[in-house]
Design a protein around this ligand. Structure first.
Ligand SMILES: NC(=O)c1ccc[n+]([C@@H]2O[C@H](COP(=O)([O-])OP(=O)(O)OC[C@H]3O[C@@H](n4cnc5c(N)ncnc54)[C@H](OP(=O)(O)O)[C@@H]3O)[C@@H](O)[C@H]2O)c1
Length: 269
């Protein structure tokens, strides 16, 4: 399964604020990333957008994603919040608009916010729509509401220390691409024994092995970094080939080490 509508390597911008967000986005574009991931809640859309604008890279060569925060899910707020995102990003549309988390405790019914999401696509605010942190149950319901083949991706936590195998398989079977967030487990992959061994054998880093593993399993990854050399390595990782045996070794690492589990998270299934 190859899907050119979502580039396999993206640059994540969570935690990057102010000048750091501007510089990191600029560096990421400079080393060759053409897929940038931000969100309303990251409070950096303006800096990310400025870096994109100042880069002089044609807009249609950059795949830009943002995510709608659940405070904006109500019908009266959704579209206005997306318009604000576009203004901050200084673009007329994004390439992908995601629901960042399902509404906590179903406070806003899924039908209400997914209808608004679909409307954003119809009105040309985004080319594609998708979801994030959706469980299997949420995915079923979302397909019921939006129809088949409308959800481009489910952006979820996946890395070698938490392979999220069942949900990954479930989505991929329904042609929903997986975007793996926190693909480096916020740096924890660097300490893993198996990844370190494989990295030594291949003369690379555990981070690159983690990203290559995701790529070989047909997942998109969106690593973040403030270090330009790391960014270049992260982008190049998609060229690393792993054997079936090496992939199996990494599959077997899984420590169920979920990192992102806020109190508003759904009951994971
Ligand atoms: N949808 C969601 O709910 C959700 C949740 C979390 C994250 N995300 C997305 O996923 C993106 C990635 O997650 P994340 O930023 O939390 O974590 P991450 O990408 O797993 O890890 C980032 C950390 O890894 C280090 N790092 C990066 N490249 C490295 C390399 N080649 N060698 C060694 N260390 C390296 C970075 O340090 P340096 O700066 O020193 O390189 C940074 O501390 C976010 O930016 C965001 O866009 C989405």
């Amino acid at each position: 399964m190859t899907n050119l509508s979502l580039p396999s390597s993206g640059f994540g911008t969570f935690r990057l604020k102010g000048d750091q967000a501007y510089k990191a986005t600029q560096d990421a574009l400079d080393v060759g990333f053409r897929h940038i991931d931000t969100a309303q809640i990251y409070e950096n859309e303006d800096k990310v957008g400025q870096a994109i604008q100042d880069s002089d890279i044609p807009r249609d060569e950059i795949f830009l994603t943002t995510k709608v925060w659940f405070d904006n899910f109500k019908k009266e707020k959704f579209i206005d919040s997306v318009q604000d995102s576009l203004d901050h990003l200084k673009v007329s549309s994004v390439d992908l608009l995601l629901i960042h988390w399902p509404s906590p405790e179903n406070e806003v019914p899924m039908t209400e916010y997914l209808e608004q999401l679909a409307r954003c696509k119809q009105e040309g605010f985004t080319k594609n729509i998708g979801v994030s942190n959706f469980t299997k149950g949420h995915i079923d319901k979302a397909i019921e509401i939006l129809g088949e083949r409308q959800i481009l991706t489910n952006q979820i936590e996946v890395h070698p220390l938490f392979n999220n195998h069942e949900l990954v398989q479930y989505c991929q079977k329904q042609n929903i691409l997986i975007t793996a967030y926190m693909p480096l487990a916020v740096g924890k992959v660097m300490e893993n024994k198996v990844l370190k061994e494989l990295a030594e054998q291949k003369n690379t880093s555990p981070a690159s092995i983690a990203l290559a593993w995701l790529n070989m399993k047909l997942m998109i990854s969106i690593p973040s970094s403030t270090n330009k050399a790391h960014m270049a390595d992260n982008l190049a990782a998609k060229n690393i080939v792993l054997t079936d045996a090496e992939i199996a070794r990494i599959d077997n690492i899984d420590h169920q080490d979920r990192i992102v589990d806020p109190d508003f998270a759904p009951k994971w299934d």
